[in-house]
Design a protein around this ligand. Structure first.
Ligand code: ATP
Ligand code: MG
Length: 456
């Protein structure tokens, strides 16, 4: 089997307003500290999330689902992102918003399926026979073109590789010269060449050259230990979606899992169900052989009430399949009509049979003190300085409206403070901005009062 670099296709996350969150802030026993890693209060929900993480790590959660439910601005999205941070980069975490499924080009279930596969990881371990070392010499040897004509061709390449233990000179096939050129290998780089496939991987520049430039984008790696010719364990983390994409693209080059490539016919341009089935087959075979290990990750569907009955039915079925991630939902809806149905009212706008298999974590409204603490952290993260008194005022506003509304006042208030020539947000600015803008509740109230003045 040959596994080349499969490009990762992770999505960038919606985290700008959550950039202060670094984790769940639990102690070693799993209890929530009142304020840690950017999270404040909401202790029970955080502890519950901690248990979910334990379950995920011990791989007891695949195919299960969790719902974060609570009023707007109570930290549901924040906690989900904290879970992602706690899981680390090796466990896939795929965030999406319910409304993402609505597109005129792609079927709803297709979007869900893609995200499902983004949330399932595969860790592939392989022992490979390689030649590894720092390149000391790289000489293509040319001969007359044996086919006649004028040009010369490369007949072979001589390459010198150095490790801490010794050096070795190799005579290589001209096809490997092409791979060397593709990877832009120069003398002084640390590379390895796979013995049976001839694939070349450039690992970085040898750190003896670390002071070459003043500013550099290079990665410097130490001189490899051991012999030049050796067995090396190569570990690669990919998601099923990465594999789908890599094999759906027209083939060529070495940026694909070539073993997979052999199974699939070339020139595929879209991911079909058939392709996925074939990939699953190969993946299952790898798992049986002990070459690969399944890493069920997390699919986070925020604002899940945006999904309709068709999506829910599909999700329910997908959760039953053998290869499934852990799904975390979040919603701020109470009882409401399930989208796509005439009048089926259900808690959180989710079908009862799906709800029935879900563990629900509740988030509760914050106290004024907690709001103030959170607002303080946000102000720091955004680089706005704000006094205690104005924070208190914002906290009061937060209790009356929502935390998010109070949060959103921070930036305009800081701009106003600048205009007023102050270097920190005062109570005046907070009050002025609060008068200029409305939160959802007061806007709704005004609408109700002045109903007759608006167009219907
Ligand atoms: N316990 C907390 N500690 C620190 N920051 C928090 C906490 N809870 C919420 N926040 C921050 O407050 C803001 C609003 O919270 P968040 O977006 O998570 O609410 P939500 O419950 O997802 O609301 P909605 O239902 O409207 O989606 C975010 O910037 C979030 O990072
Ligand atoms: Mg949210």
């Amino acid at each position: 089997m040959k596994i080349e670099e499969v490009k990762s296709t992770t999505k960038t996350q919606r985290i700008a307003v959550h950039s202060h969150i670094k984790g769940l802030g639990l102690n070693e026993e799993g209890y929530a500290l009142s304020s840690a890693q950017g999270l404040v209060g909401q202790e029970l929900a955080r502890e519950a999330a901690g248990i979910v993480i334990e379950l995920i790590k011990s791989k007891k959660m695949a195919g299960r689902a969790v719902l974060l439910a609570g009023p707007p601005g109570t930290g549901k999205t924040a906690i989900a992102l904290a879970i992602a941070q706690e899981l680390g980069s090796k466990v896939p975490f795929c965030p999406m918003v319910g409304s993402e499924v609505y597109s005129s080009e792609i079927k709803k279930t297709e979007v869900l399926m893609e995200n499902f596969r983004r949330a399932i990881g595969l860790r592939i371990k392989e022992t490979k026979e390689v030649y590894e070392g720092e390149v000391t010499e790289l000489t293509p040897v040319e001969t007359e073109n044996p086919m006649g004509g004028y040009g010369k061709t490369v007949s072979h390449v001589v390459i010198g590789l150095k490790t801490a233990k010794g050096t070795k000179q190799l005579k290589l096939d001209p096809s490997i010269y092409e791979s060397l050129q593709k990877e832009k290998v120069e003398t002084g780089d640390v590379i390895y060449i796979e013995a049976n496939s001839g694939a070349v991987k450039r690992q970085g520049r040898s750190d003896t050259y670390a002071t070459e430039f003043d500013l550099e984008a290079e990665e410097y790696v130490p001189l490899p230990k051991g012999d030049v010719h050796k067995k090396k364990e190569v570990i690669q983390d990919v998601t099923l979606h990465d594999l789908d994409i890599a094999n759906a693209r027209p083939q060529g080059g070495q940026d694909i899992m070539s073993m997979m490539g052999q199974l699939m016919k070339p020139k595929k341009t879209e991911i079909t169900d058939k392709l996925r089935k074939e990939i699953n087959k190969v993946v299952n075979k790898y798992i049986d052989q002990g070459i690969a290990e399944l890493v069920p990750g997390v699919l986070f569907i925020d604002e899940v009430h945006m999904l309709d009955i068709e999506c829910f039915t599909y999700l329910h079925r997908a959760l039953e399949s053998t290869i499934a991630p852990i799904v975390i939902f979040a919603t701020n809806r109470g009882k409401c009509v399930i989208k796509g149905t005439e009048d089926i009212v259900a808690p959180h706008g989710m079908p009862l049979d799906l709800l029935d298999r879900i563990m629900i974590i509740k988030t509760l409204p914050y106290s004024k003190d907690e709001m103030i603490q959170i607002l303080k952290i946000r102000a720091q993260t955004e680089g706005n300085s704000i006094g205690e008194e104005s924070l208190g005022e914002l906290g009061t506003i937060g209790v009356k409206s929502t935390l998010r509304y109070a949060n959103q006042l921070l930036t305009p208030a800081s701009i106003l403070a600048k205009i007023n020539g102050k270097d920190s947000i005062g109570k005046d600015e907070v009050d002025e901005i609060n008068e200029l803008f409305y939160d959802a509740k007061s806007s709704a109230k005004i609408l109700a009062e002045q109903e007759d003045k608006y167009m219907k």
